[in-house]
Design a protein around this ligand. Structure first.
Ligand SMILES: C[S@@+](CC[C@H](N)C(=O)[O-])C[C@H]1O[C@@H](n2cnc3c(N)ncnc32)[C@H](O)[C@@H]1O
Length: 329
C-alpha cells in the first residue's frame, strides 16, 4: 500500500512555536549559555533560543523523529556549530550530554506531544481524519505500532489505555468492538479505526466539539510512544543536569502530563517535611528548585486566534536552587 511520501523540505516543516514570548521570558536564554531543546520538532523555539544566545550560545536539539531532525538541521543551518542536533528520547539526554562532554546546562525546554507536521502527515498514522497506516510512532524504528497494539492487546488492556490516557468515556465499549471486529479484518489503517469508533459511540452522546476518535487516538499515541514514562524520567534527569540558576520550561498539552510536571516541581520545591511540633528540623530536606509559575501559564487569546493548537497548552517553569553540601552542583 502506498501512502504518499512525506515532503521533507524544511519550509513545510515549520512549527509555529507555542507561547514563544513566555518560553523566552522563563528560560532567560543569554549569550554564552548552553541550552537543550528536548523536543526540537520544526525548530521554532530552537531558532529563538539560538537568536537570543547570539553570538556564542550553544543549543543541543533532540527529537525522536528522524524526519523532524533532518528538517531542523536545514532550518538551523545558518547557526553552524552552535546547533548540535541528536536523534533520541529526551529521557536519555544524560547519555547524549556525556558523549558531548557537557556536564550542566543553563536551560532546558520540553514542548511535549507531537508536531503539526506529524499530525498533518497521513503516512505517520497520527490523524483520524486522513487515511494512513495505523502507526503513530515518533520513531518508527522503535517499539511497536498502534496497529500491533490494536491487533494484540486484550479487551481489558485496550480499555485501560483508552480510559487512562484518553479519559474516553466509552473505553470498554470501543475495546470490545475492536476485539470482536479484528477477528474478521485486522485494523491496519487510521480510518478503519476511526470509522469503528464513530459507529460504536452512541449518537448524540459523542463529545460535541471534537471528533469522536480524538481521545482514543491520543491514548494510543501516548501508549505507543511511552510518553508518560519518558516525561517522568526526563523531568528527573533534566533537573539533575541543570546548573544552579538554570531553568526548566515544560509545555504540556493534556492534563496527565501537566499533573506530572506540577507534582514533580512541587516535590522538588518542598523543603523541610518535619511535623510542625518539632522545633528544629530533623529531616534535613531542602528545596532543590524554585517554581517560577505559581499558576499554570496559558496562551493569550491573540495567540489562540492565530494558532488554535495553543489553546490546550500549559506552561510551567522552575529554577534550580543551590543545595548546601551538594558536592556536584
Ligand atoms: C510539539 S513538537 C515541538 C515543536 C517545537 N518546539 C518547535 O517549536 O518547532 C514535539 C516534538 O517533540 C518530539 N518528541 C516528543 N516526545 C519526545 C521525547 N520523549 N524525546 C524526544 N523527542 C520527543 C516529537 O517527535 C515532536 O517532533
Amino acid at each position: 500500500m502506498i501512502w504518499g511520501s512525506s515532503v521533507l523540505a524544511s519550509d513545510v516543516f515549520r512549527h509555529v512555536p507555542v507561547m514563544a514570548d513566555e518560553v523566552l521570558r522563563f528560560l532567560e536564554p543569554h549569550c554564552g549559555g548552553i541550552y537543550l531543546d528536548g523536543t526540537l520538532g520544526g525548530a521554532g523555539h530552537a531558532r529563538l533560543i539560538l537568536e537570543a544566545t547570539s553570538p556564542d550560545g550553544i543549543l543541543i536539539g533532540m527529537d525522536r523523529d528522524a524526519e523532524a531532525l533532518a528538517a531542523a538541521k536545514s532550518n538551523l543551518a545558518e547557526f553552524g556549530d552552535r546547533a548540535i542536533l541528536r536523534q533520541g528520547n529526551f529521557s536519555e539526554m544524560g547519555a547524549h550530554l556525556d558523549l558531548l562532554q557537557i556536564d550542566r546546562l543553563d536551560g532546558i525546554l520540553l514542548d511535549l506531544g507531537v508536531s503539526s507536521h506529524q499530525l498533518d502527515s497521513p503516512e505517520r498514522g497520527f490523524s483520524f481524519r486522513e487515511e494512513g497506516p495505523l502507526d503513530m510512532r515518533m520513531n518508527p524504528a522503535e517499539g511497536v505500532s498502534a496497529a500491533t497494539v490494536v491487533a494484540e492487546a486484550e479487551a481489558n488492556e485496550l480499555s485501560r489505555i483508552f480510559r487512562e490516557y484518553g479519559e474516553e468515556r466509552w473505553a470498554g465499549k470501543i475495546a470490545r468492538a475492536i476485539v470482536s471486529d479484528r477477528e474478521q479484518t485486522p485494523f491496519v489503517t487510521t480510518l478503519q479505526l476511526a470509522d469503528l469508533i464513530r459507529r460504536v459511540v452512541p449518537r448524540g452522546r459523542a463529545p460535541q466539539r471534537i471528533h469522536p476518535a480524538t481521545r482514543v487516538f491520543q491514548a494510543l499515541r501516548i501508549h505507543v510512544n511511552g510518553e508518560l514514562d519518558s516525561l517522568r524520567t526526563g523531568l528527573d534527569v533534566a533537573w539533575q543536569r541543570l546548573k544552579v540558576g538554570g531553568r526548566l520550561v515544560v509545555i504540556s498539552f493534556h492534563s496527565l502530563e501537566d499533573r506530572m510536571v506540577k507534582q514533580t516541581f512541587r516535590a522538588l520545591a518542598t523543603g523541610c517535611i518535619c511535623p510542625p511540633r518539632l522545633a528544629i528540623c530533623a529531616c534535613g530536606q531542602q528545596p532543590s528548585v524554585r517554581v517560577l509559575t505559581r499558576k499554570a501559564v496559558r496562551a493569550n487569546e491573540d495567540e489562540i486566534n492565530i494558532n488554535p493548537r495553543s489553546r490546550s497548552a500549559v506552561l510551567r517553569a522552575m529554577e534550580k536552587l543551590p543545595v548546601e553540601d551538594d558536592q556536584d552542583v
